[in-house]
Design a protein around this ligand. Structure first.
Ligand SMILES: [Zn+2]
Length: 283
């Protein structure tokens, strides 16, 4: 039987994750458990394991690997990439329709040869390399974290088999149809309607792109009580998840936790998204 949502989690994310990101992890996980939707059948939790080092090394330059060698967040970053990989493999194998990967560090500011902004290794790029080993080829990335996903762009800027939709708090729109890169600057203070309208438009633009798995780089730092510069309220997250779920249809869907510091935001936004994936929204 195919489960509806596979959730990958590790308690180390809340203990050893990046300082800004980690405090929300355990409360969000506990809030998810209190919803009662994790039933061990339709919705199951799996303990994340580290990503294979050879895949991390293959994605990044030798110089970057050397720079990271003694970084205090190295281990939890490899575990975060492993969480995304484990979640995605279950979706790729058809064991789960969708997945939600908890992380302790983010990934979208990690380029091949450098990183910044709470990111160390590019969890989604490393995962795509693994999925390509399994024979999958084409991927949609929807980065709704309000910070520009420059690391992910570094990996896929010349790869038309990865459609990168990239929301950010800067200004202007840029579309590169030859390489399937689309940047949408919503400006500071973007509200629910501006964000959700732009999300629908971007998915419409990508509707003819054939892909096997969609990744959502999910930063709840877009909430008005968090640090990302957008002005979203709680209502935005389940609506966002509904819009994306509908657009993805029968294909695979993986949410990857990204930015966000606020405990009360994580406690609500994360379970709400998972409820939608489970078909248990609003109750
Ligand atoms: Zn962010």
């Amino acid at each position: 039987m195919v489960m509806k949502v596979a959730i990958t989690y590790h308690e180390d994310f809340g203990k050893y994750g990046f300082s800004v990101l980690r405090d929300r992890i355990r409360p969000s996980y506990e809030a998810l458990m209190k919803t009662g939707i994790v039933d061990g059948v339709d919705v199951q939790v799996f303990k994340a394991a580290p990503a294979p080092l050879k895949l991390v090394e293959a994605a990044h330059t030798e110089a970057h690997m050397q720079n990271m060698l003694h970084d205090p967040y190295r281990e939890v970053a490899i575990l975060s990439a492993g969480s995304v990989m484990m979640a995605s493999e279950m979706v790729a194998k058809g064991e789960a329709k969708s997945a939600f990967a908890f992380t302790g560090t983010a990934g979208h500011h990690a380029s091949r040869g450098s990183c910044w902004g709470f990111c160390y290794f590019n969890d989604v790029a490393i995962t795509i390399s693994r999925l390509r080993e399994m024979g999958l080829e084409r991927f949609l990335i929807i980065d709704v974290d309000p910070h520009f996903g420059d690391g992910t762009r570094d990996f896929f800027k010349d790869d038309p088999n990865v459609f990168h939709i990239n929301f950010h708090s800067g200004s202007g729109e840029q579309y590169d149809p030859a390489n399937n890169n689309y940047d949408i600057g919503l400006g500071f203070g973007a509200d629910n309607e501006r964000f959700l309208t732009a999300l629908k438009n971007s998915l419409e633009l990508a509707k003819d792109f054939d892909f096997q798995i969609a990744f959502v780089i999910f930063g709840h730092d877009s909430h008005q009580d968090d640090y990302g510069g957008f002005d979203l309220t709680f209502d935005a997250y389940p609506r966002m998840a509904q819009i994306i779920k509908q657009a993805v249809g029968e294909k695979g869907l993986v949410f990857v936790l990204s930015g966000g510091s606020s405990i009360h935001v994580g406690e609500q936004a994360i379970p709400d998204v998972i409820r939608v994936l489970a078909g248990r929204w609003p109750n």
